[in-house]
Write a protein that binds this ligand. Structure first.
Ligand code: GLN
Length: 248
């Protein structure tokens, strides 16, 4: 049986808006294909084992939690996380987790939170909170599933450096800055996004994209993922796209 290990980073601190649903989705989509997904929580004081990780998940958190874990992330985990990123471990980091992978976060009170520097992005709090449904076009997903649907709630505006591609182009909502038309970041196998929701239950193609990348890395000669029916997901997506983009 093929097996993957997902490290859930700071599950007790970075856990906004049901982000944990992303893990439930990955686990179920693995089980339906006879793949075992082991979920390992790693929090303050725990070692981060880069060799064990196939997928790393970090959910969203408020400025308060981000400040609490800053010291642990920088002193105990930073080097191993950077090594994992550069050796193509798959990452999904949402909102505060996405900001944590960047170089720093400047809060609304002018406090600078040093972050991991694993992604060439940085974040500054803006004056206005960016809240609401978010839809963006993700060019690397299959044509019929390129539109990714999420929900955002952040004051941080994230700016990308040249080595980082956007995850997608905003069709509805705000995304990285509210004005540059981009959402999220893609670097190697790392995805950062402002999309809570949870994100993956609404976007099974993105869940499979992450699983494919992780499987290919762990089992280079293994078979591709078998397709799943996703009938309910397709209907839910159709309804949401109709509602926000007025598609027929
Ligand atoms: N503290 C960050 C912000 O408001 C992240 C919030 C979140 O994860 N939803 O920008």
């Amino acid at each position: 049986m093929r097996e993957l290990t997902l490290i859930h980073l700071y599950p007790d601190l970075m856990n906004l808006y049901g982000d944990r649903g992303n893990i439930v989705t990955l686990k179920r989509r693995c089980e339906w294909r006879g793949i075992q997904l082991n979920v390992v929580p790693v929090s303050l004081g725990d070692p981060f084992d880069a060799d064990r990780a196939d997928i790393v998940f970090i959910g969203g958190g408020q400025d308060y939690e981000q400040a609490i874990l800053q010291d642990d992330a920088l002193t105990k985990k930073r080097d191993d996380i950077l090594r994992a990123v550069e050796s193509d471990v798959v990452f999904l980091a949402i909102c505060g987790g996405y900001q944590l992978l960047g170089s720093h976060y400047l809060t609304g009170e002018g406090k600078r939170i040093e972050c991991l520097g694993a992604l060439d992005v940085c974040t500054e709090a803006g004056r206005k909170r960016l809240i609401g449904n978010l839809i963006f076009d993700c060019p690397f997903l299959p044509e019929e599933n390129r539109k990714v649907i999420g929900f955002e709630n952040h004051s941080g505006m994230t700016f990308r450096g040249p080595s980082v591609n956007p995850l997608g182009r905003v069709l509805y909502g705000h995304g990285n800055t509210g004005s540059d038309g981009t959402e999220g970041a893609l670097y190697r196998n790392v995805i950062g996004s402002y999309s809570h929701g949870s994100l993956l239950p609404k976007n099974p193609a993105l869940a499979d994209f992450l699983l494919e990348r992780a499987l290919l890395r762990r089992y280079p000669a293994g078979e591709r993922l078998s397709p799943l029916p996703d009938e309910l997901e397709r209907k839910a997506r159709e309804g949401l796209l109709k509602r926000f983009l007025h598609t027929s």
